[in-house]
Ligand binder design. Structure first.
Ligand code: ADP
Ligand code: MG
Length: 488
């Protein structure tokens, strides 16, 4: 043991730091211990100055036993520790700007562990300290990740519309922070699966790393609200510190930051700090980074550091697969005809697809129907379909035909003279005449700007073949059936 009279606060704290350094990561040491200043050592009580109230709470919350045993080693078992907190809002920096916190007893090590269930910890938590960012009474601060357990990769159906975003998301979840997808920026229209996908990353990381990695999902709206609240309560630096300590930060719908300069600035600093520390940042937005209005240039440029991936409107096959999946998850077996019907009528987003399945289930069970058949389904979904799909359009007819023949829809709108495309194009023109009110001129315009005589020629060619070719007639029948199923 050192001869106490010759030990100063500085030298004692130096020795403590040497031990602490060996026990925690460099990053944590640098973040939490370097900024501490030893003030004095009197009556075997060491006083250290910490930058904020939050700092004090954080040390107590996380480093209590380490501090205890370290101090005991250097200054003896009956040592006491006292904190002095710099008052953040004070304009001056003199002695008066510190507040002394109640002296902290240092019980013997064997029962000095902070009690998890709160027993024996009365002297530990100054009751009046209320900290919204720390869950009290838990040894290792657990950050509630704020995730929905249903949003997992297993329930996220893969398709062309989401392939890149999905595989990047999986790669990130296996190696958070240590990949070149940092930040990972997912964008796309509403109801296309952004929230589901970015939460899946969080859930997977929680599954794999449990408490080793803190994950936090926040909508940008609640991030903003929390920040405003923190400022109002003079706790901005605690807010900042809390976010800088997260390992995987997921912020949804960052377009909400538009025009919110203060929030953007705060987020900018948090972003930098996390990125520098190799923490994973995941963001979503309803549009590409460069298209989000009223966001600072420096933030936009950072968004581009990692990977941006978009989610597109799902193609027919993916819509079909998602519907099958949703029906399955809800424990029902839907007739493929019904799935087809929904897949054809709900095109713009996945939330609507899901809504259709839920409505079917709800109404069918209310009516006590055991089986949902196509006509019941059509009936139930009538109103929803009307909203999104009032009349068969030339485009949707082109879609059906091309889907049937397995060709790219754009091809029938182009000038290609390839035989199979020419045939599909003629059939689509014929069906467009049959199922829409459009004039021959309008129909021609939809097929790469052809004139009405081309359309007349197409229609008569199809009619002639129908009269002479059995196979052709069957094809047309099947197509007509598909279109009729899809339209009500
Ligand atoms: P966004 O955040 O882009 O508005 P959401 O993530 O909220 O969209 O998705 C809307 C709904 O669609 C959610 O219920 C989600 O589970 C579902 N969903 C989205 N994409 C898929 C997918 N690829 N597979 C299965 N369900 C999906
Ligand atoms: Mg969302």
């Amino acid at each position: 043991m050192n001869e106490l009279s010759t030990v100063t606060a500085d030298s004692a704290w130096e020795e403590c730091l040497d031990i602490i350094k060996d026990n925690i990561s460099y990053q944590k040491y640098k973040s939490w211990f370097e900024p501490i200043t030893p003030i004095k050592l009197e009556n075997n009580t060491l006083t250290i100055e910490v930058p904020s109230q939050f700092w004090y709470e954080w040390l107590e919350e996380h480093y209590y036993s380490m501090l205890r045993s370290t101090l005991a080693k250097i200054l003896g078992e009956d040592v006491k520790l006292e904190y002095s907190v710099v008052l953040e809002q004070s304009g001056t920096n003199d002695e008066g700007s510190s507040v002394r916190l109640p002296q902290r007893p240092m019980p013997p090590e064997e029962n000095g562990q902070k009690s998890v269930n709160g027993q024996g910890s009365t002297s530990y938590h100054p009751g009046q300290i209320e900290n919204p960012f720390v869950i009290p009474g838990i040894q290792k601060t657990k950050v509630d990740p704020n995730l929905n357990n249903n949003y997992v990769f297993e329930r996220f159906v893969e398709g062309d519309c989401n392939r890149l975003a999905r595989s990047a998301a999986i790669a990130i979840s296996e190696n958070p922070g240590e990949n070149s997808f940092n930040p990972f920026f997912v964008y796309g229209g509403t109801g296309l699966g952004k929230t589901h996908l970015i939460q899946s990353i969080g859930n997977k990381i929680k599954q794999q790393f449990s408490d080793q990695k803190s994950v936090l999902y926040k909508s940008s709206e609640s991030f903003t609200n929390e920040f405003v609240h923190a400022i109002r309560n003079n706790r901005a630096s605690e807010f900042s510190m809390f976010y800088r300590n997260i390992d995987v930060l997921i912020i949804d719908d960052i377009q909400f930051f538009s025009g919110k300069e203060k929030t953007q600035e705060e987020f900018f600093h948090i972003f930098n700090s996390l990125h520098q520390d190799g923490k994973q940042i995941i963001l979503s937005s309803d549009r590409a980074p460069k298209d989000v209005p009223d966001i600072e240039e420096r933030l936009i440029s950072r968004f581009a550091w990692g990977l941006s991936a978009d989610l597109q409107i799902p193609e027919y096959e993916t819509r079909y697969a998602i519907l099958e999946r949703k029906a399955n998850d809800n424990g029902i077996d839907l007739d493929p005809k019904i799935i087809e019907f929904i897949a054809h009528n709900f095109k713009s987003n996945i939330r609507d697809l899901e809504g259709a399945v839920i409505k079917l289930l709800a109404t069918a069970s209310l009516k006590g129907s055991e089986e949902i058949d196509l006509s019941l389904a059509k009936n139930i979904l009538k109103d929803m379909v009307k909203d999104t799909h009032t009349q068969l359009s030339i485009e949707s007819i082109q879609d059906y035909v091309c889907e049937y023949f397995g060709i790219n829809t754009n091809k029938v709108r182009e000038k290609t003279r390839k035989q199979e495309i020419v045939e599909a194009r003629q059939i689509a023109m014929y069906l467009a005449k049959q199922y829409t009110e459009s004039s021959l001129k309008t129909i021609g315009l939809h097929f790469g700007g052809r004139d009405h005589s081309t359309v007349i020629h197409a229609i008569s060619t199809v009619e002639e073949r129908l009269n002479t070719n059995e196979k052709y007639r069957r094809i047309l029948n099947e197509l007509e059936q598909k279109i009729e199923v899809a339209s009500i």
